[in-house]
Design a protein around this ligand. Structure first.
Ligand code: CP3
Length: 347
């Protein structure tokens, strides 16, 4: 019999499963009343830095949704703090870095991070969650890829045009490469430490890299992301490499050797999978905003994605990006159930 643990891990390795595994990016978060209740009492940073609270939030979605994996609760930008960034989450504004990086000297001043001491709260939260899960479903760890972390460090917040980021890249290539090298080393060390603490799969988020041309991606980013993924190979843990807006970058991303590529909804799943090849897994790709549609329309879209995946081994159902805070929780529940019910296959 295939258990939920096997279902997700086997799909990560492109092995046959009983039905398609499903989890949701940002499955812990503000669309859930129990998360909002905790957030009334604690800041986001406190949730991330208190192992018992981070563990509690990680487990919240499992009580509501029939998902096949948990993802450890922290934020992508947390490892930037011990490097020297002054990180704040302003209410309704998203993350802000009060001392953004603009010069080569700023890059040089960034400290390297020892996850065992600097990010110990996340590692402790992982140990607590693994104990609590007791093998029911696997736990996913994650980190930001060098480009996406660099974009926040340089812009100081989210960005529309990545003007400062590209400016540093074009004007000061040496500083740029040093910055991405440092960020890559931190991401790699953090992911290795998460795996040692108990996560079975890791996801590398390069959420905003789709703003680059293929040439710039290959010149300024790819070698650094490759080093992160290479550094994880010896652990044996599958790697999911996720980014958005990547229609033109997919083949290059695929060369990096991740086990699974995460895609957004801008590209049809069958087109994306054909272009990366069926020896690599694929994760996605329902538009998070489709969760606001009436249930029959959601079902039609879930079916469409499943049909495009053709029950091939290696499909993990997910959204194309994170769940939005206003999303009706019943629709998220319904999608998890639909995916399982509509993808049953004989083994
Ligand atoms: O998926 C999960 O359930 C795990 C938790 C998780 C969070 N952030 C918690 C969070 C994960 C995987 C992230 C990743 C993250 N954080 C990314 C990469 C994924 C993506 O969305 O592309 C990025 C770019 C960030 C940076 C970040 N953190 C932004 C842009 C924001 C504000 C946007 C928003 O949704 O408000 C955050 C805040 C944040 N991180 C929240 C959560 C639950 C909401 C904050 C709150 O509780 O007030």
């Amino acid at each position: 019999m295939i258990t939920k643990t096997d279902r997700f891990l086997k799909a990560c390795r492109c092995e046959p499963v009983d039905c398609t595994p499903v989890w949701f990016m940002r499955q812990a978060g503000r669309y859930m009343a129990e998360y909002r209740a905790l957030r009334q009492r604690h800041s986001l940073l406190t949730l991330c830095k208190t192992p018992e609270l981070a563990a509690e939030v990680t487990l919240q979605p499992l009580q509501r949704l029939s998902v096949d994996a948990a993802i450890i609760f922290t934020d992508l930008l947390i490892p930037l703090e011990p490097m020297g960034a002054k990180l704040i989450f302003a209410p309704n504004e998203g993350p802000v870095i009060e001392n953004p990086i603009r010069a080569a000297s700023d890059v040089k001043a960034l400290r390297m991070v020892d996850p065992d001491t600097d990010l110990d709260y996340t590692l402790e939260a992982i140990r607590l969650v693994c104990h609590e899960l007791d093998g029911r479903v696997p736990l996913i760890g994650f980190a930001g890829a060098p480009f996406t972390l660099a974009s926040y460090l340089i812009e100081g917040s989210g960005s529309r045009h990545y003007m400062q980021t590209k400016r540093l890249m074009y004007h000061q290539p040496e500083a740029w490469h040093l910055l991405l090298d440092k960020l890559g080393r931190v991401a790699m060390a953090f992911l290795q430490a998460q795996i040692s603490a108990g996560v079975q799969v890791v996801q590398l988020f390069d959420s905003w890299v789709g703003c680059l041309s293929p040439d710039d991606y290959c010149t300024y980013v790819l070698p650094h992301t490759r080093r992160v993924i290479d550094g994880l190979r010896a652990t044996g843990a599958p790697v999911i490499h996720f980014a958005t807006d990547t229609a033109t970058l997919l083949k290059d991303m695929c060369d990096l050797g991740a086990d699974v590529i995460g895609v957004d909804w801008r590209l049809a799943l069958d087109t994306a999978w054909r272009s990366i090849g069926y020896d690599v897994g694929i994760q996605g790709n329902l538009d998070p905003v489709a969760l606001f549609a009436p249930l029959p329309e959601i079902a039609r879209r879930v079916d469409d994605i499943l049909q495009r995946a053709e029950n091939r081994p290696g499909h993990i159902f997910n959204l194309g990006h994170g769940i939005l805070p206003e999303t009706p929780v019943e629709h998220v529940q319904a999608v998890a159930e639909m995916v399982h019910a509509r993808s049953v296959r004989p083994l």
